[in-house]
Design a protein around this ligand. Structure first.
Ligand code: SAH
Length: 472
């Protein structure tokens, strides 16, 4: 099946006619203070992404020490807002609340008003690195649709589609599978009006008015597209395939620290110097309930070593919602993100213009993201529905390799010029590199840091469908 898919997947950004389709701080009582890509080509023409001239940073190297520089600038709207929340609440807010405001505050959140991706933006993601990423997700999606018994109607949901590049590549790549594309209703879950507009453009939704109605037709495959702010808004009762690429890492996390008083929560406060600072709660907070729950899924050895823990209740709740849908309506979800197959200690980081910066510095101007806790996804899904099974995680390198990305790159390399070939190879190695690239000869010394082992893939599927590719 995989082989057949790979030989028939269509090419898009690259060489569409020529290539054999794809393959061709002092404490304030009671709280104690703490020290503190290339642009996607615009059409289906025979263009290849040009290698970027700027260095692009993806967000997986989260343990890099941040730059602690503080510049004194006038408070932004978001800073004023956060300070007033802390003031009127009469005390600090959780790291989760801070993160949520910083990323998705309707007026000034990091994602809300602009394109944050690529060389000109703040960070780079796999779909922006190479068209092959979205194409391989397309292969995975068609395989699942086959296992689902080729339903005539499927809701294909993407959580946090960014520029819409992954979905556009998926649709172009699968366009030869008419039965598949004709079954699709696309539902994009996106909080940012600015990014919704970009998605509308990149999916070639021709009617400009349609974005305000939150529904359009993508001329890439003649597919209806709908926009929603949350997964709950997506209609249920229809077999559903959900893609979440670099979505979970943007969901708010609570941070806890073990102290002589028990597990205290790390909070964000305003110091006497009027700057944000971290403090510790005097006693356990309500979010500790989730901490306790998470700890029941840890091994005794893991529990013993814990000093700091990061928990994302929003991720647990989202996973439960996904699992319930998949359990009752059929289908599956693919989650790819950087993270660990273990409880997470302290991974939250801020990235601005491809550099790691202080989390508390000029909030709203830098991305905040945290490692994804994959065991928590597995347990949340299994707890929510008896009808689902969870597979993986496996590394992105294994995932893309087993789906056949090496055949795809070879096919594309048959029909391109030297510059295009260089771009393709660099993209390939960025996606699968980091020492674990399968099935293909090693890179030369110039290879950029890979996303192959830091990013993990996991799938949640309805049990009736068997084990999804490539987790067999
Ligand atoms: N999947 C894309 C973008 C990843 S960045 C890619 O790989 O390139 C995270 C995306 O999720 C952005 O589109 C952002 O606007 C969206 N997002 C973040 N938090 C969200 C939330 N709470 N609800 C809906 N969308 C959110």
């Amino acid at each position: 099946m995989l082989r057949k898919l790979l030989t028939q997947t269509s090419s898009r950004r690259l060489l569409s006619s020529a290539v054999p389709p794809l393959f061709s701080k002092p404490s304030i009582s009671p709280f104690s203070s703490l020290s503190s890509s290339p642009e996607p080509p615009s059409s289906e023409s025979n263009t290849v992404e040009q290698p970027g001239t700027a260095i692009s940073v993806h967000r997986s190297a989260l343990y890099n020490p941040p730059d602690h520089s503080h510049e004194s600038t006038p408070d932004s709207e978001l800073v004023k807002h956060l300070k007033s929340v802390i003031k009127f609440r009469g005390g600090p807010i959780s790291v989760a609340e801070y993160m949520e405001e910083v990323l998705t505050n309707p007026k000034a959140g990091f994602y809300m008003n602009r394109d944050v991706f690529g060389a000109q933006g703040d960070f780079i993601t796999s779909p922006e690195v190479s068209q092959m990423f979205g194409e391989m997700i397309g292969v995975w999606t068609v395989c699942l649709w086959e296992q689902m018994g080729r339903p005539e109607r499927v809701n294909l949901v993407e959580l946090g589609p960014g520029r819409g590049t992954l979905m556009a590549d998926l649709l172009r790549g699968t366009s030869k599978f008419r039965n598949f594309t004709e079954s699709l209703h696309i539902h994009l879950v996106e909080c940012s009006p600015a990014l919704q507009k970009l998605q509308h453009q990149n999916l070639n939704c021709t009617d400009d008015e349609s974005i305000s109605e939150k529904k359009a037709i993508s001329s890439l495959a003649g597919t209806p597209v709908h926009w929603h702010a949350t997964l709950e808004e997506v209609p249920s009762g229809v077999p559903t395939i959900i893609i979440a690429h670099e979505f979970y890492d943007a969901l708010p996390v609570h941070q806890f620290q073990k102290t002589s008083r028990g597990w205290c929560e790390k909070m964000v406060d305003v110091g006497e110097d009027s700057k944000f600072r971290f403090v510790l709660s005097p006693q356990p907070t309500p979010a500790a309930l989730y901490l306790m729950k998470r700890c029941t899924w840890a091994t005794p050895e893991e529990r013993e070593k814990l000093e700091h823990v990061e928990i994302s209740p929003k991720s647990m709740d989202l996973t439960q919602e996904m699992a319930k849908r998949i359990g009752s309506d059929g289908g599956g979800a693919l989650i790819i993100d950087y993270g660990m197959n273990a409880i997470i200690s302290d991974s939250l980081q801020a990235i601005r213009k491809h550099k790691f910066v202080n989390i508390l510095d000029d909030p709203g101007s830098a991305d905040l993201s945290a490692y994804v806790d994959f065991p928590s996804i597995k347990h949340s899904a299994e707890e929510a529905s008896e009808n689902v099974s969870v597979h993986g995680p496996m590394t992105q390198s294994q995932f893309l390799g087993s789906l056949g990305i090496n055949f795809r790159v070879d096919a594309l390399l048959q029909n391109c010029n030297d510059e295009q070939a260089e771009s393709l190879r660099a993209g390939y190695w960025q996606l699968v590199g980091d020492g674990e690239a399968p099935f293909w000869e090693g890179p030369d010394e110039q290879t950029p840091i890979g996303m192959g082992t830091r990013y993990l893939a996991t799938a949640i599927v309805n049990k009736n469908q068997g084990i999804p590719a490539p987790f067999q």
